[in-house]
Design a protein around this ligand. Structure first.
Ligand code: BTN
Length: 256
């Protein structure tokens, strides 16, 4: 199903951990953290993920034709200060956006903090987790993209809020091509975030679904509302609530 030798040609990738079926690529990445640390960045890939993890207590449903993988980084090697590590999700979101836009010529936007949307419907979810090892720490960036799996036959709650590359374009995609392109973009996006953050955030803001919208954010302790002004260079969402400016570090968008 995947052309593993072609994927292995990506020179920055040091190891591929492939399984026909897995419960969750993030879960395996965390379980193998100590073994994977010397061979990072490592890719954990499966053709069939049966119990994907989502943000918070959510699960991630990946039907046949979806792309599910995790990239495992050694925290020290990423070259970002600890307070900037949450920005990795933004970099992954921008990478997936770039890849989808390139492959499909379809407008595609990122929705802070870590969704990617086509026609306002979610096409990709990202779950970034940290894990301590005996000698340091690993960062697992888990990415699920709806590619050749149609959501047409799924319950209405999915169908109306989610889409796939197939649903958006009527075309089928080579999963190896989509994966390689996404991994290329991920590497480029991380380098841009690390080396030229101003440029990174300008680009992110060019493709932000929430900019200019009235939004409501649950930051875990309270609900914050306001007109979205964009994402600042610390990765915080800027909201203008009748002249009062809020900078939200982390949270869930409950209305937009
Ligand atoms: C979300 O939107 O809630 C995040 C979903 C993240 C899903 C991906 S699929 C690959 C990786 N493995 C997992 O178990 N989850 C992530």
């Amino acid at each position: 199903m995947f052309d593993l030798p072609r994927i292995a040609q990506l020179d920055w990738l040091k190891h591929i951990e492939y399984h026909e079926s897995l419960d969750s690529t993030n879960k395996l990445a965390v379980r193998l953290a100590d073994q994977l640390q010397p061979v990072c960045p490592a890719l954990v890939l499966t053709a069939s993920q049966t119990a994907g993890r989502g943000r918070g207590s959510n699960s991630w449903l990946a039907t046949k034709g979806a792309l599910t993988f995790s990239v495992v980084y050694d925290r020290e090697a990423i070259g970002l200060s600890p307070q900037r590590l949450p920005q990795l999700s933004l970099a992954a979101g921008l990478a997936v956006r770039q890849s989808i836009a390139r492959q499909t010529q379809t407008p595609c936007l990122v929705k802070w903090p870590n969704d990617v949307l086509v026609s306002e419907q979610k096409i990709c979810g990202i779950l970034t987790e940290q894990h301590r090892t005996a000698t340091g720490a690993m960062i697992v960036v888990g990415i699920g993209i709806n590619v050749n799996n149609s959501l047409a036959a799924t319950p209405a709650s999915f169908r109306t809020s989610a889409t796939s590359l197939y649903d958006a374009t009527g075309q089928l995609f080579d999963l190896t091509d989509t994966l390689i392109d996404t991994l290329d973009q991920l590497n480029a996006s991380l380098c841009l975030l690390r080396d030229r953050p101003r440029e990174f955030f300008a680009k992110l803001n060019r493709f932000s679904q929430l900019n200019g919208r009235d939004v409501e954010i649950d930051d875990g302790t309270r609900t914050i509302t306001g007109r979205c002004l964009g994402v600042d260079e610390d990765g915080r969402l800027l909201l203008d609530d009748a002249g009062t400016h809020h900078r939200v570090i982390a949270g869930t968008v409950v209305r937009w």
